[in-house]
Design a protein around this ligand. Structure first.
Ligand SMILES: *Cc1c(COP(=O)(O)O)cnc(C)c1O
Length: 853
């Protein structure tokens, strides 16, 4: 647009007074805006509006209020000297936006009232939102909590990821088994995104490289790709809690370069041209549904490279828009790698700087190393990303050359450092030369980052001593530990309004923005009146969940029973099957002695299994099969119930965590990096039974050993026992109850007499028990007995529950983000004043970069 026309348009911006009536937060204005959106946006008379129309209208009403803050944020960030955090993650498991935005705007109750005046129930409207399930589990959810905290802490930040058309699959349970279907989360449109076609970028793939000397005599490389796809950004506003900061989550969608390949078109191959377009768009079609495993699939490598290249090009565009030279990239961006999925960014930034911006290698490497930091998320070998060399060569030929060059320089450094130790070279190399050659993404991430962090203290220690010990020997100063956290806005204020109201009445609402303030609740743990109200609030949550269970599974559960809950991805290392052994033990006790003293429990499981992970799917079948027998057996019916709630996601999590009495965190010690479900449960007043694994250790230290039920081998005991030669058969032989339980399942008692059904789980367990179920069984059973005893003493239990919540402040993602800011990113808050449109309009003429920095 010509400058003069732009200036004239700027002059016509509406004045402030109009602004106030447009996006004010009073009930009357919101009501008016909502009805306007039903009419003008949805095109409906209020009387004819569908539930989705009502949701969309309210979403747009709230979005309008975010947009004003979003633009205020962009204006404030413009030209200020702070670094911007670029959080690169292949997954963002956001959960529904609307409720969270109402909480963060501070208008949840007002809007609830306004809706009620219109005869509408806010909860019903909120329930219409299809959640963006753009993640598998903990890792993607962490990224979402971090975005909320970054905005709340007023840190300039951009989240970068992939706009998958199909998020994590929908899980149904049919005949007791998982059945997957596509997650069509975009089917009603998405009011929380704005497509920004003008910032689309091109991404190359495949082909080969050409080496040449430029006219100044410099050695240069040109990448001649086999294909080019276009990345189109979709921006979503991420509002902080009661601040004006609205950061941007920028997700990329792949498109074809042109609607038609005219060469092919002119030859008359119309369908051939269209199919090429479809191929490009496949790139961001679907999220890979594996959690903690890598399969080395070509499309996945392309997805990772695609979003990382788009994001780095976008950062370079922002620098250019602000007139900052590319050589200052690291001064303006702190790039965080959420696991190794975006680690290719290290080679990509080198390529962009060296090949496309003519920066000398050494200077480019300095810039890259000062920009990147890497969060490791796993101790499982099968989760460490490695790409077969031929695949890598075919997809990213230039990046392989760059990785070879990084490796050659790095190994030279290693050779000098570890003089004479050749084995160190092969262990540290970016290329795994054992058998078929692979590119090791974790090694690339370590070499190219200034800081490497683990996500809980135990995990960080095991990372230093085991998975990354050779890198620790090389650069101990690069290593740090930042324990994960979760956002108290979504996971307490929004998901548990009853408990939140009670907490606010007692200690005010300061805890929502500063979770350490929950400690002021501690004295209330000894106040019987308070405890009764606490128990009543939690009881109502349990009644809500019981209703949901009945509606979705048909199983009737008693809210007075102990809700014993295990919800998370289904994995051998997380040991859902250990929880089943306990259930079967209780069942066996009742069947052997109908008068056995068993505290009534409702066992609630939920979680998805990767579609190709047969063992995990069989664990689901085991749970549902045991449930089928137990729930039907009149002898146990009123004492034990077993429920598998299908399609665990953030929306269900918001209903489940607040209704749990007991939180099951029973992974084999040394396997779970941190866990965040454990934190959500504790914050909501559930008591934990857990192994000394991941953040469970820190949770127990914070809450107090008397209010936590620990069991099982420690990580060092696990290592020692494995080294000494673990014999699961010995556990089986020495424990009569364990024998009875395993025999019952193995004989086919829960599979209509067919012993073959669960054979893959229990058949070899006595010989090979890699997750040490049998080693921990006795300790688990004993600990569960202590849990039952504690539950029968309700005043004691409720006291523990209050203390669990009161002492969970450390597990806020605000704390985690504060640590990242101080120790890794070196950024400080940049508060945002609320600007009015008249004030913004002049800025609009000088600023074309859009939101970001
Ligand atoms: C918190 C959360 C997880 C992670 O749970 P863990 O118990 O830490 O494995 C996974 N999925 C969803 C939907 C979550 O909300």
């Amino acid at each position: 647009m010509p400058q003069a026309a732009r200036a004239q348009l700027a002059e016509t911006m509406p004045p402030d007074s109009h602004e106030d009536t447009r996006t004010a937060m009073s009930g009357a204005t919101i009501r008016r805006a909502f009805l306007d959106h039903v009419f003008y946006t949805q095109g409906k008379l209020p009387g004819l509006a569908s539930p989705n129309d009502l949701y969309q209208a309210l979403a747009h009403t709230v979005r309008d209020r975010l947009v004003q803050r979003w633009i205020s944020t962009a204006e404030t960030y413009l030209g200020q000297p702070s670094r911007t955090v670029a959080y690169l993650s292949a997954e963002f498991l956001l959960g529904p936006h609307l409720g969270n935005n109402l909480v963060n705007l501070g208008i949840f109750d007002e809007v609830k009232e306004t809706m009620a005046e219109l005869g509408l129930d806010l909860d019903t409207v909120l329930a219409q939102e299809l959640e963006p399930g753009l993640g598998n589990g903990g890792l993607g959810r962490l990224a979402a909590c971090f975005l909320d905290s970054l905005a709340t802490m007023q840190i300039p930040a951009l989240g970068y990821g992939i706009r998958y058309e199909y998020g994590i699959f929908h899980q149904s349970i049919i005949d007791g088994m998982q059945v997957e279907s596509t997650d069509t989360w975009l089917r009603h449109g998405n009011p929380w995104e704005i497509q920004r076609s003008e910032w689309a970028v091109q991404v190359k793939l495949g082909g080969q490289t050409e080496h040449y000397t430029d006219d100044r005599g410099h050695y240069r490389v040109r990448w001649v790709p086999a294909k080019t796809v276009v990345g189109v950004p979709f921006d979503s506003p991420i509002l902080g809690y009661r601040v004006n900061t609205v950061n941007t989550l920028r997700l990329w969608r792949a498109e074809a370069t042109e609607a038609f390949d005219f060469g092919v078109f002119n030859r008359g191959d119309y369908l051939g041209a269209v199919s090429k377009k479809v191929t490009s768009e496949n790139l961001t079609k679907v999220l890979y549904p594996n959690d903690e495993t890598e399969q080395g699939k070509e499309l996945r490598l392309e997805q990772q490279y695609f979003f990382v290249s788009c994001s780095l090009q976008d950062m370079l565009r922002l620098l250019d828009a602000h007139g900052i030279p590319v050589t200052r990239f690291h001064e303006k961006f702190a790039v965080q790698l959420n696991d190794t999925h975006p680690a290719i960014g290290i080679a990509e930034l080198m390529r962009l700087l060296v090949d496309e911006h003519d920066v000398p290698w050494d200077e480019a490497w300095q810039i890259t190393r000062q920009a990147f930091a890497y969060t490791n998320h796993t101790l499982l070998p099968e989760a460490l990303e490695m790409w077969p060399l031929p695949l890598f060569q075919r997809t990213l030929p230039r990046h392989l050359e760059i990785i070879y060059e990084i490796n050659a320089r790095f190994l030279h450094e290693v050779r000098i450092r570890f003089f004479g130790d050749e084995s160190q070279l092969s262990r540290l190399s970016l290329i795994d030369e054992r058998g078929q050659r692979h590119v090791r993404m974790a090694h690339l991430a370590c070499v190219g980052s200034h800081t490497i962090n683990g996500v809980a203290e135990l995990h960080s220690r095991l990372m230093r001593e085991d998975v990354l010990k050779d890198f620790y020997a090389m650069w101990p100063e690069k290593f740090t530990s930042i324990t994960n956290g979760v956002t108290p806005r979504r996971w307490l204020a929004l998901s548990n309004p009853r408990l939140s109201r009670l907490v606010c009445e007692s200690i005010g609402d300061g805890w929502i923005g500063d979770l350490d303030k929950l400690r002021e609740l501690e004295p209330y743990a000894d106040d019987t009146g308070f405890r009764d109200r606490w128990q009543a609030a939690r009881r109502e949550n349990k009644e809500d969940l019981a209703r949901l269970v009945r509606e979705t599974t048909g199983v009737v559960v008693d809210p007075a029973s102990m809700f014993d809950v295990m919800v998370k991805r289904i994995h051998e290392y997380k040991r859902q099957h250990l929880a089943v052994l306990h259930i079967v033990a209780l069942y066996h006790r009742i069947k052997s002695d109908p008068n056995a003293d068993i505290v009534p429990r409702t066992f609630l499981f939920a979680g998805k299994a990767a579609p190709g992970y047969h063992y995990a799917k069989l664990m689901i079948r085991l749970i549902t099969s045991v449930g089928d027998v137990i729930n039907r057996d009149p002898q146990v019916r009123d004492r034990l119930k077993v429920v598998f709630l299908p399609n665990f996601n953030v929306t269900y999590g918001q209903k489940i965590y607040p209704a749990a009495d007991l939180s099951e965190q029973i992974s084999l010690a040394g396997k779970e990096a941190s866990g965040t479900g454990n934190m959500k449960f504790a914050m909501n007043g559930a008591i934990t039974i857990g192994t000394m694994d991941g953040a469970n250790i820190e949770l127990r230290d914070a809450i107090g050993a008397d209010h936590f039920f620990p069991f099982g081998l420690s990580a060092s005991e696990v290592y020692a026992l494995k080294a000494a030669g673990y014999r699961p058969a010995a556990c089986y032989e020495s424990h009569a109850e364990l024998r009875a339980v395993i025999d019952l399942i193995a004989q086919g008692f829960f599979s209509r007499g067919d012993p073959s059904v669960f054979q893959p789980i229990f058949g070899g367990l006595l010989q090979h028990d890699p997750y040490m179920l049998l080693a921990d069984f006795a300790s688990y059973l004993h600990c569960q007995q202590d849990v039952s005893t504690a539950f029968t003493d309700q005043p004691r239990w409720q006291r523990m529950s209050v203390l669990s919540c009161a002492r969970s402040g450390r597990f806020s993602s605000d704390r985690a983000i504060r640590e990242y800011c101080e120790r890794i990113w070196r950024v400080k808050p940049v508060p945002v004043p609320l600007l009015h449109r008249a004030a913004m309009s002049t800025a609009g003429t000088r600023h074309k970069g859009g939101p970001g920095m």
